[in-house]
Write a protein that binds this ligand. Structure first.
Ligand code: PHE
Length: 345
């Protein structure tokens, strides 16, 4: 009996030492295999008497059952250990932050446009939209461009089939909007009432045959027009100064109205700004063209220039965006490089 107990004990020890299922199967063979200890004992029974065979056989069977039980127990333990290991290795950390899908964002120039609309909206300006394919009348004629004006030449203007053109500025919106406005208030005006003031901005895409670091064949402008009975250059200065302070979020900014020429304004001025601090400090930067609307242009609105007067401006929205964000190459706006664009999220 002690011999059998010793075998069972050594089987338990051997199984306990088996670190893997393969080790365990090898250990099993030592006891239950064809030449294993138990098998050998069974074979040894052949020489015994019937009575001895019975008791010996029962004892060996008990030992065999004990070994099999130990084997099963160890198999289960090893399988469980393996499963635990696997679960640990393939663990899903549900507390990890997920990987987000890129959301995309508005283009910096669109952000500027929205900002400009908001600022002028707060000053009582309507926002108008108009066609990018224009005809000669709205783009030039209504704006008092003489027939032979150089801007009409092929090298400045993109012409499309049928004699139309891609608008070279947002100024055609002056006439489009004003004529509608006058039409709308015609009835009351014919009874002698004063026309409600025209106060509008028209943001949009514009086109010119031009391309370098500071010019793109497609660019953005925002037109402004304010017409009333008593609207002066002083109002232009106030409005535009206010706008710049709000747009750039600083009052440390000077404006200069530099005499210039446009066929549709008289007098005309380029508007330059200069920051008092920051990387651009001390340089005059041109941001808009402007002026008092020319009497002939007012006439083309269907209004009496003796009665109605005002100002217009056209600003470069790409330019303003470059200055606001410190972008030094206009082409970055049109390259579509996500690394650049995602900085404006
Ligand atoms: N349309 C002019 C340009 O593109 C700018 C401008 C607009 C000037 C309105 C005066 C008044 O350069």
């Amino acid at each position: 009996m002690t011999e059998l107990n010793a075998i069972v004990e050594s089987a338990r020890a051997a199984f306990g030492q088996a670190a893997t299922p393969a080790d365990l199967e090898n250990a099993k063979a030592q006891f239950l295999g064809k030449t294993g200890r138990i098998t050998e004992l069974m074979k040894g029974m052949a020489a015994l008497s019937v009575v001895d065979k019975k008791s010996r056989g029962a004892a060996i069977n008990l030992a065999k059952q004990a070994i099999e039980a130990a084997l099963t127990e160890r198999r289960t333990a090893l399988a469980q250990a393996e499963l635990d290991q696997q679960l640990k290795a393939e663990a899903l950390d549900v507390t990890l932050t997920g990987r987000k899908r890129g959301m995309g964002s508005l283009h910096p120039v669109s952000l500027s446009m929205e900002r400009i609309e908001q600022i002028f909206g707060s000053m009582g300006f309507d926002v108008a939209d108009g066609p990018e394919i224009e005809n000669d009348w709205y783009n030039f004629g209504a704006l008092n461009f003489p027939e032979d004006h150089p801007a009409r030449a092929m090298h400045d203007t993109f012409y499309v089939e049928g004699g139309n053109l891609l608008r070279t500025h947002t100024s055609p919106m002056q006439n489009r909007y004003a004529v509608q406005h006058v039409k709308k208030h015609k009835a009351e005006m014919s009874t002698g009432a004063v026309m409600p003031e025209i106060r509008v901005i028209a943001p949009g895409r514009t086109y010119r045959v031009d391309s370098d670091a500071t010019h793109s064949p497609m660019f953005h402008q925002v037109e402004g027009l304010w017409i009333g009975q008593n609207v002066s250059f002083k109002d232009l200065k106030v409005v535009f100064t206010d706008f710049c302070h709000t747009f750039f979020e600083t009052k440390e900014l000077e404006l200069r109205f530099r005499p210039s020429y446009f066929p549709f304004t008289e007098p005309s001025a380029e508007i330059d700004i200069q920051f008092q601090s920051g990387p651009l400090a001390g340089r005059w930067l041109e941001v808009a063209g402007s002026g008092q609307v020319h009497p002939r242009v007012v006439e083309n609105f269907g209004l009496d220039p003796e009665q109605y007067i005002g100002f217009a401006f056209g600003m470069g929205a790409d330019r303003l965006t470059m200055l606001r964000y410190g972008v030094n190459d206009l082409r970055l706006f049109f390259d579509g490089d996500v690394r650049f664009l995602s900085q404006f999220q």
